[in-house]
Structures are given as C-alpha cells and as structure tokens.
Design a protein around this ligand. Sequence first.
Ligand code: SF4
Length: 342
Amino acid sequence: MSKPRCLTSFSLSELEDYFKSVGEPAYRARQVFQGVYQRGLSDFSAFTDLPLALREKLAGEFLINPLELEQTASSTDGTVKYLFRLPDGFFVETVLIPSGDRKTACLSTQVGCKFRCAFCASGLNGFKRNLAAGEIVSQVLSLKFRLGHNLTNLVFMGMGEPLDNLENVLKSIRILNDEHGLNFGARRMTVSTAGVIPGIKKLKDFELQINLSISIHSATDQLRSRLMPINKKYPLPELVEAAEDYIRSGGRQLTLEYILIRDLNDSLYEAEGLAAIARRLKAKVNLIAYSPVPQLAYRRPEETEVVRFQRWLEERKVKVTIRQSKGVDIAAACGQLAGKFQ
Ligand code: SF4
C-alpha cells in the first residue's frame, strides 16, 4: 500500500481534481475542505456528511494532520512552545506568542536551516529538509483545533528560512487564506527572511498582500557577514535595493528585525546605519533583545541598553517597537527545543 498523502498540502482546486479523478463530484472537495478548516475535523470517521465507503477510501489514502505533539514548554510570560514529530521522525517547533489581544503563531518552514546565522540555534544541526505545504498548514490546525488557540496572526519566522522553501510557503499561505477554509487574512500573515534576494523578487509578484520582514541585525556589511553568512552571497546594498523595489510594488509595508546583541551590534554607529536604511525603506524597526543559546557565546543586552538603542533610532525619525523576546525561560529562540531532539 502506498504511503498516505498529507491532505493539508492540497489546495481546494487540487482536491476537486482528486475527487473528479476518482469519479466523485467536485463538491465533495468543498465538504472536506470545510470539515478540516472550519469544523476542525482530523479523522475521516467524523465526516458524517460523506458516504461511509468514501470516508474509508479517504482514510486509506490521506492523513489530515501528520503532526504528532511530542512536547510542550510553557513560559511564565504566556509563550508556549510546541514540539511536533513529523511522519519521518524529524521534529519542528511552533511557538504560540500571546500579547494583548493578539495570539500569534510562529511557524516553522524547514527542518533545520542552511543559513547558519552565528547567533541562531536552528542552524546548529544543519539542514534536514523543507516542510511540505501541508506540514506548515497543519501547525496552524494543531494550534487552533487540537490545542484550542484562537489565532489572530501568523508569522513565518520559526525554524528555517521561508524564502528558501518559497513554493511550499506560498502554497500554505494560499490554503490558509482560502475563503472556503480558514479564511486567514493575508494582512495578518508575515513572512520573514534573512535576505534571500531572489525570493524577495518573487514575493513582489505574489497575488496576496502579506507582510514582509527582513532580518537585518547589522547595518554594516562586515559585521552582517560575520553574523549572517548569507550576507556574503546577498550583500546589504543589494538587499536594500531589492527591498526598495519590493515596497515600490503596490505600497507594501516592510519591517526590519534587529536582534540586539550586547557589545556587538548595539553601538551608536550601528544605530545610525540602521536608521538610514529604515528611512530609505520607510520601514518600521522591531528591536529584539537576544535570547541566549547555551552553546553560543553571545550575550543579551540589559534593558537600559535596548531602550538607549531605541532612543537613538527614534531621534533619527524611525518608528521602533521593542519586541519582548518571549519565553526566555523556555528557550524560545527558534530551533532550541527541536535541536535537542533532532
Ligand atoms: S536566523 Fe533564520 S536564517 Fe538564520 S540560521 Fe536561524 S533560522 Fe536560519
């Protein structure tokens, strides 16, 4: 018997094609889609609006949600990190970040990461594989229906580089956005990149108005290359140019993420460089105090140092928010929990 396929990797039109190919009416696709995304059904036996024989056939061919919850770590600040086991035994993390009225899910897009940023736990074990669209979508389904979280926002910012798995990430966004399914608003989804220029160029032509955020982490090529080796391939001036091109196409908004690391990228010189880039891109800056990773020597700045850096940016007319690094007590920096298991 062939391996079951992941149902959540199928768009509605692909499901319609499937049902037609097995001699069933196309409207069955919509029934299944609504059952999975609106009613939260994860077992075909619960689809009582489908004939019994069809339910059995589907159960033999598809897995609705391939993720098994392996471990949960809850922080005192409300952040919860979920570790999921994939069918081939790898692990991915999804983090729930509550903040005011918002409940944001931080989704993983790859097992491990190729880019090996010097401060990040995800790159430490190397790259294993891309996640399928359905494995990304299923993280949302698991949090929403299995774990009961009413999500308001999605950020593609967990393990992996989303633009290095662009096709599956964009497909997952289309599926999540489908009005016959979850109908998750594009404006409430943010894709984050370490600076994969070809991906930014392709994103420009994507039909949905999602948000883009770029991890900058230094305004100088030299330090950025040290922190983020991807900068050697896609240097800062070219990245800024690609980002400028992106915002020009249809008035899209951009955020710059800046992880502040003590005595490394927290100088006035860096703040001036960052402010110049942010002004040029009309971008908001998210400052995040570094979450220490035990195997790495980088240090977290004091709160006063974060506020000082914020003030330097604001004095230069840049809109800044300090994003509290959530879940410091549960090692919520991406990849830390999965790294232990992988
Ligand atoms: S910060 Fe992002 S791109 Fe860099 S190694 Fe970690 S997951 Fe990969």
